[in-house]
Design a protein around this ligand. Structure first.
Ligand SMILES: [Zn+2]
Length: 101
């Protein structure tokens, strides 16, 4: 039912360790909380803010990853797109009212 839809993966941090192995840390949004989860070792952390800092700290601290790339997932663009559309609609509405009045 609703359980499976409670979380959206909105970002992934992908980096390579010194042995060339790829490590992926996912950022999931659950309601207002953000969960950072490592696919390599199963480590997870709840963070209200700055999931990027938490993810990068885990990658460098636990997997010796020097630098990680952020990937946006479809869920991220879906959320971002919806907010952008809403803002655009409000601005358009304000402009039309301003011109008409
Ligand atoms: Zn890990």
């Amino acid at each position: 039912m609703v359980g499976e839809r409670m979380s959206d993966t909105v970002g992934r941090f992908v980096g390579r360790g010194p042995d060339g192995r790829e490590h992926v840390v996912r950022v999931e949004v659950r309601g207002r909380a953000q969960l950072v989860a490592c696919e390599t070792c199963g480590w997870r952390s709840n963070t209200p803010l700055a999931p990027r800092r938490v993810a990068l700290r885990h990658l460098s601290g636990s997997h010796a990853v020097a630098s990680a790339e952020r990937e946006r997932t479809p869920a991220f663009w879906f959320r971002t797109g919806l907010s952008a559309l809403l803002v655009a609609a409000i601005l358009l509405f304000a402009a039309v009212r301003g011109a008409g009045g």
